[in-house]
Design a protein around this ligand. Structure first.
Ligand SMILES: Nc1ncnc2c1ncn2[C@@H]1O[C@H](COP(=O)(O)OP(=O)(O)OP(=O)(O)O)[C@@H](O)[C@H]1O
Length: 796
């Protein structure tokens, strides 16, 4: 058998072999390769090492190629025989670890050009797992670009200094004690020296092109020598003996692996602005401080460290593109809230502790830690429904037409101390036969001048909690460390007397109430001039600076809601102007569809000229001394001619609406059923309390008509101040069901048309008249059999 002659100097200088030459050589071969000529270290008997078998495979492959091309066909039996004997020879042969040319020839691959204008040569050499000790022969293979000498016993790599074109070097799993002890190949980019015995990092300033440096599983105690590696993007020093992260300066490192070291603190990363993936698993790290400014971080592996506190997550809470976090085997995992808390803090995460985060988990986390207002309201509502259902069942009668009819309620919503409480009191006094003030429960202490049960039911926290657990509340709300609650009994008590509750509350209460079966009418009371409002809050001296800021900031919240959800409130009162402004024509303030009140500059000036008293100076707060005295005085104030004029116009408008001539804005206030999205004209802004009160007359009428539809008709015209002079008697059972109109049948309309315009008595007279009328008709619905209100709590 002829000996196999390996092609000489493949890839060696001056002897580069082209593809064409290769083919020629192959086709020219006639002899079989001799196994004995391979200088491989296949010393193990019976079995091959992983590395040896790899090389053997390559050689077998080459052998088969030559075999196929050979002219002399071998007899099958003969071939097997010879192979057996060759393997026996191999097993017996001792390998000295010196790399021979033939082996290089067998392992070299990837034909190409090492540089522009050069001949085609083999560029890659893979001699992994060959028990090589001496690879000096590689000095001649100057064109190599990729060299894999992993899993050998090499101690000296000086041959690499002769490979100026080398780009990638894998010298992992060898016996190197130093690295880069060769003349630097100027293009060297990727180097793997892992699994060696290197204890020190040397100066790599000559390797400026280095992009990847893997030094895992060595004995390195300190990171150094990398200062000039301005292209280094991937550094791995896992399984070393590093205690502090140092020497990385402002390198462009994107991937940094320092796992399995003895690092206690994350330091020295401040300037690694390009960092994307960080692996510091299996260390002694107890804090995430030091990671906060790495805006490009996507992956952090912190497995098996000593992170114990949930608060540590805050350090990485603002990393904008963090997607994968591993905190397995950290004490923090034992915290009961761990999972949801971390998800909430890092909402952009897709994977935590090697588990994919589900959308549902993110929703749960948000609902737990920062629930949207709607969720808070829904949860509040749910709590009260559940608590109420859990109570012993009671059976109730009804005063209302059907069980589905909710109690009548008027809600004044707005920011704290905006005057809505005063307004509620005033309305209840002025329309005492229709409204009663619904006092909420609160755990806050009464302010000076506040009366228990007058403004609130002032109760202790314990009582509040008990009421809550007993399902006594319809809604609860926390504001400034105090709890507020609207109790079912309050509403029922008022309804039992045939009255509608008038309640003031913040938007949170409104949201919660909207989940309930109640269908109140909501009036937004909002001070449009925030400066004046802020000044007023300051002058009160009751609130801290932070409280004032918070309270004023909520004005915007209310305005935003009103704009964003048309129809959310049935009417809006800019309670900014004091009640004297009622004299102005309300039409001078344009009601815009976007919820803004437009007031011209000139008009503003006129206002300030006419009414010098500043905002709120006339407005009362319950904490004021003589609150009730002042309130009564205000209510009985003499009206100026301008005010009277305005009142007249208001009533005239109302009258027109009543007979169907103009769109009945006010009727929307208490219209039953789903509230239609308001048209520009239907959602109106009241510029003063006075204006509202005038509108209220009609509104109340509609409200009561609506609630007591079956019984109101006979009393309808008695109720209205001007109605007693109307020369007709309404037809029984002929009430319009049209939501916007009060009377719409042609017959009634024609009769009304004939009525001369009523000249209205002044306010006092009007009040007097109403009082008398209310005596006549007692209360709306009072001609029905008085029975108890429906109480859905545990209803059967
Ligand atoms: N049950 C409730 N649900 C929601 N909000 C409520 C409830 N009870 C009271 N509030 C609101 O909580 C806020 C704080 O009430 P508090 O009485 O302490 O402040 P205030 O300065 O007196 O406000 P105001 O004069 O508007 O009543 C007020 O805006 C009030 O309307």
């Amino acid at each position: 058998m002829a000996a196999y002659r390996a092609p000489s100097l493949l890839g060696a200088p001056g002897s580069s072999r082209t593809g064409g030459q290769s083919m020629q050589m192959r086709s020219g071969k006639k002899s079989q390769p001799s196994w004995s000529s391979f200088p491989m270290g296949l010393k193990m008997k019976g079995t091959f090492s992983r590395s040896s078998s790899y090389l053997l495979q390559q050689l077998m492959h080459r052998y088969q190629e030559l075999d196929m091309d050979g002219e002399d066909e071998q007899v099958e039996g003969e071939s097997e025989e010879s192979s057996d004997s060759e393997i026996q020879n191999l097993e017996l042969e001792e390998f000295d670890g010196v790399l021979k040319e033939e082996a290089v020839a067998a392992a070299i691959h990837q034909l190409g050009r090492s540089g522009p204008g050069t001949e085609q040569v083999y560029l890659s050499l893979t001699l992994s797992g060959c028990d090589l000790i001496d690879v000096n022969i590689l000095r001649e293979y100057v064109h190599l670009q990729k060299l894999d000498l992993s899993v050998n016993k090499i101690e000296d790599l000086s041959c690499v200094g002769y490979m100026p074109y080398l780009l990638e070097l894998n010298a992992s799993q060898n016996k190197l004690t130093t690295f880069f002890n060769f003349k630097p190949p100027k293009n060297l980019k990727k180097v793997d020296f892992s699994y060696n015995q290197i204890s020190e990092m040397c100066d790599l300033s000559a390797y400026r092109g280095l992009t990847t440096l893997i030094l895992d599983n060595n004995k390195i105690g300190e990171i150094s020598g990398l200062e000039m590696c301005n292209s280094l993007t991937h550094l791995s020093l896992a399984n070393n003996d590093i205690k502090t992260i140092d020497g990385l300066n402002s390198l462009p490192i994107k991937i940094l692996c320092l796992s399995n070291n003895n690092i206690e603190k994350i330091t020295g990363l401040e300037n690694l602005k390009a960092l994307q993936k960080l692996d510091v698993s299996h260390n002694q790290i107890s804090s995430l401080q030091g990671l906060e400014n790495h805006d490009l971080l996507e992956v952090i592996n912190l497995e098996d460290n000593k992170i114990a506190e949930l608060s540590e997550i805050e350090y990485i809470g603002n990393l904008p593109i963090l997607r994968i976090l591993n905190l397995l085997k950290n004490p923090i995992q034992e915290k009961p809230e761990y999972w949801l808390f971390v998800i909430f803090m890092l909402l952009r995460l897709t994977e935590l502790d090697q588990k994919r985060i589900k959308v549902e988990e993110k929703v749960t986390a948000v609902n737990k830690y920062d629930p949207p207002p709607e969720v808070v309201a829904a949860q509040d509502h749910l709590t009260h429904v559940v608590n109420s259902v859990m109570q012993p069942q009671r059976i109730f009668d009804s005063t209302l037409p059907s069980l589905d009819s909710p109690y009548p309620m008027l809600i004044l919503a707005g920011p704290a101390a905006c005057g809505k409480r005063e307004l509620a009191h005033r309305l209840c006094r002025q329309f005492s036969t229709y409204f009663r003030y619904g006092a909420c429960h609160t755990t806050r202490q009464p302010y000076f001048g506040e009366g228990d049960r007058v403004d609130y039911h002032f109760i202790s926290q314990e009582v509040f909690d008990e009421m809550l657990n007993m399902g006594k509340f319809i809604l609860t709300f926390s504001y400034g460390n105090h709890n507020y609650g609207l109790s079912r009994d309050t509403i029922e008590g008022i309804a039992r007397d045939g009255l509608a509750s008038c309640i003031h509350m913040e938007i949170e209460g409104v949201r919660s109430l909207k989940y309930s079966y109640f269908e109140p009418r909501y009036i937004l009371v909002v001070p449009m001039n925030k400066n004046k409002y802020e000044g007023y809050l300051r002058r009160k001296g009751l609130f801290s600076r932070a409280e004032i800021e918070f309270t004023v900031s909520r004005v915007d919240l209310y305005i935003k809601i009103n704009k964003k959800f048309p129809g959310y409130f049935d009417a809006v009162i800019n309670y900014q102007e004091d009640s004297k402004h009622a004299g102005l024509n309300p039409k001078s303030r344009a009601n815009t569809a976007d919820g803004n009140v437009k007031t011209s500059h000139l008009e503003h000036e006129e206002l300030s000229r006419k009414y010098t008293s500043p905002y709120m100076d006339d407005s009362l707060h319950s904490t004021d001394r003589n609150y009730f005295v002042k309130l009564s005085t205000k209510l009985s104030d003499k009206k100026s001619p301008v005010e009277k004029d305005s009142i007249y116009r208001q009533r005239e408008t109302a009258r027109q609406a009543l007979i169907g001539k103009t769109p009945p804005d006010h009727t929307l206030l208490f219209q039953r059923g789903p509230v239609p999205a308001p048209l520009t004209s239907s959602l109106r802004y009241f510029t003063s309390l006075e204006e509202l009160q005038n509108s209220m007359e009609l509104a109340i009428f509609c409200y009561i008509k609506d609630l007591y539809a079956s019984t109101i008709h006979p009393t309808l015209f008695q109720f209205y101040p001007w109605s007693k002079e109307w020369p007709f008697h309404p037809l029984e059972g002929n009430i319009s069901s049209h939501p916007g109109s009060v009377i719409s049948d042609v017959e009634t309309y024609q009769v009304l048309k004939a009525v001369p315009v009523q000249s209205f008595p002044d306010e006092k007279e009007s009040l007097q008249q109403r009082k008398q009328l209310s005596l006549v008709i007692t209360r709306p619905g009072s001609n029905t059999k008085p029975i108890l209100p429906p109480i859905p709590q545990g209803r059967k």
